[in-house]
Design a protein around this ligand. Structure first.
Ligand code: NDP
Length: 326
């Protein structure tokens, strides 16, 4: 028996509880992991509240992230005692995830935890932080350097936004933080933001082109905010788009792409190929200021996960939530 958060569905109603479950026997190629820490991401909140059809099989143990220690391995690359981290691969959506004491996972989904990162720090980073790293890598791949000009980060007080600011500042970029929460200005500056931009500035009806303002952008909001960002990019600027906190639509125009050579770089963490994940985790171990990471963390007990989830959808979560599981 394993203690876990379990989402069940009967007809159209969804229920969530913390209870004991039986894991299926370990299959060939799988690894049994004793989960030390998990976390809550925006997608976990969608799954736990049922606000979007994230869960594709019931009953489901949610949790798209986990960090833990290998207990038993039927995969040649892992042995008992190894420290591992898991992000995505539809875990917590199609396959039982990290918000439980033990998980059975395909060995090829796991990433060995780099030296220098604790399991708690790995979950303070979580999918949000690893996605922030993928976004920074997308800007770099498109030639955005600290010399190119200011880089803007939206949804700045949230998980992806907070880590993105810390990573960019550490690399010497000048960072503008877009937030709907004026009260978080000092927090955002402590992470490395040079200036704060009110969300309303990017919430008006988007024009095809606006005054050139930013060399790079990391956007977690989508919709009108993303459309406005695209219209404000400098010549040959790049927007790394990873989120939909403000909506799925994109009321934009081709003008910035064909007149300014702007690049819209989509970022996906879930199915991201393994070599890129390993690179992202090594970069996080090297580049992320762990004291700043700690300043983003709020710990939530497993028993309080269910009541905490709705706060994401209300835009009330600051930084990263870590869930001790062991
Ligand atoms: P958080 O809830 O931690 O952060 C989202 C932030 O966006 C909020 O803190 C808030 O920041 C801002 N925000 C919230 N609601 C709105 C709104 N209606 N309009 C404009 N801004 C809003 O979530 P995460 O950082 O974990 O995730 C952010 C987004 O990125 C989500 O949509 C998530 O699904 C997506 N994501 C995608 C991944 C991928 O693989 N593509 C991986 C990880 C996340 P503030 O108050 O400062 O404005």
């Amino acid at each position: 028996m394993t203690k876990a958060i379990v989402i069940e569905k009967t007809d159209e109603t969804q229920s969530v509880s913390l209870r004991d479950i039986d894991l299926p026997p370990l299959a060939e190629g799988e690894v049994a992991v004793d989960v030390a820490y998990s976390t809550l991401n925006y997608k976990d909140a969608l799954a736990l509240t049922g606000a979007a059809p994230v869960v594709r099989s019931f009953p489901m143990v949610p949790g798209i992230d986990l960090a833990g220690i290998v207990r038993e391995s039927l995969h040649p690359d892992y042995a008992p005692g190894d420290r591992v981290v898991l992000n995505g691969w539809s875990v917590g959506e199609k396959y039982w995830g990290g918000l439980g004491a033990r998980a059975h996972l395909r060995g090829e989904w796991l990433v060995p935890l780099p030296e220098g990162i604790s399991m708690r720090q790995a979950m303070a980073i979580g999918t949000a932080g690893y996605t922030a790293m993928l976004c920074v890598m997308a800007l770099e791949a498109n030639g955005v350097t600290p010399e190119s000009g200011e880089v803007v980060v939206t949804g700045a007080s949230g998980g992806v936004g907070s880590v993105a600011i810390a990573l960019l500042a550490a690399k010497g970029y000048t960072v503008a933080a877009v937030t709907g929460r004026e009260s978080e200005a000092e927090y955002l500056k402590s992470l490395g933001a040079s200036s704060i931009v009110a969300r309303e500035e990017l919430s008006g009806k988007p024009r095809a082109l606006n005054k050139e303002r930013w060399a790079g952008a990391i956007d977690v909001v989508g919709s009108t905010v993303l459309a406005n960002l695209i219209s404000m990019m400098k010549y040959h600027g790049t927007v790394a788009a990873c989120g939909l906190a403000g909506g799925m639509d994109l009321p934009s125009s081709v003008a910035p792409f064909i007149l300014r050579g702007v690049t819209l770089a989509g970022v996906d963490s879930v199915m991201c190929p393994r070599p890129r994940r390993i690179e992202a985790w090594q970069r996080l171990a090297r580049d992320l200021d762990m004291a700043k990471l700690e300043s983003m963390v709020v710990e939530v007990a497993l028993k309080d996960v269910i009541t905490t989830a709705p706060k994401f959808l209300e835009g009330q979560v600051r930084g990263r939530i870590v869930v001790p599981v062991a």
